[in-house]
Design a protein around this ligand. Structure first.
Ligand code: GAR
Length: 190
């Protein structure tokens, strides 16, 4: 059995979808831990409801190698998924989970990536730029924001009348369809 940790900072729709996918499929993996940097984040309630242990960490704890690696060892974590996690991953963790850590970004990288580009900020920028399409990018995590090797992209049209809420809804649908399946594929080769 492979053990996945999902790192998330907010609502946690992706975290919940990933947890449910691995709970319902007999594919040799499960989400064993949710790591969150905000004690009031809704993802923590989702994890509790689904019976997955969670841990709240501060920015300083994330940067402390012994703290994080002992947490990863305690839950025997093989693979890390960033699902709306907004803190920078420290280099030691990128190194330890080289090609075993995936992030999802709500645009077609390299467009609309980098620091400050998350959630609605991305959708607002896409609409403001008059893009004809947007999408999701699932990539391995490197030491730079949004720059690791891309594993998967899916696109969706942006209509001239779309608001950033419309774009958010389309992105959400793509994330729900594709993210768990792409994680399962990446797990096969790690
Ligand atoms: C998702 O849309 C994800 O792509 C985005 O945050 C949202 C989290 O939603 N990630 C980023 O913007 C990373 N730069 P959720 O908490 O409902 O899963």
């Amino acid at each position: 059995m492979k053990h996945i940790a999902v790192f998330a900072s907010g609502n946690g729709t992706n975290a919940e979808n990933i947890i449910r996918y691995f709970q319902s499929a007999d594919n040799g993996a499960e989400v064993s831990l949710v790591v969150c940097n905000r004690p009031d984040a809704h993802v923590l309630q989702r994890a509790e409801r689904l019976g997955v242990p969670s841990c709240v960490i501060s920015r300083d704890m994330l940067r402390d190698q012994e703290t994080i690696m002992s947490l990863m060892r305690r839950y025997e974590i093989d693979f890390i998924v960033l699902a709306g996690f907004l803190l920078m991953i420290p280099p030691f963790l990128v190194g330890q989970y080289n090609r075993r850590m995936l992030n999802i970004h709500p645009s077609l990288l390299p467009k609309f990536g980098g620091k400050g580009m998350y959630g609605d900020n991305v959708h607002k920028a896409v609409v403001a730029a008059g893009e004809a399409e947007t999408g999701i990018t699932i990539h391995f995590v490197s030491e730079q924001y949004d720059e690791g090797d891309i594993l998967f992209q899916a696109s969706t049209p942006v209509e001239a009348t779309d608001t950033h809420e419309d774009v958010a809804r389309k992105i959400h649908e793509l994330e729900q369809i594709h993210f768990p399946r792409v994680i399962a594929g990446a797990l096969l080769s790690c």
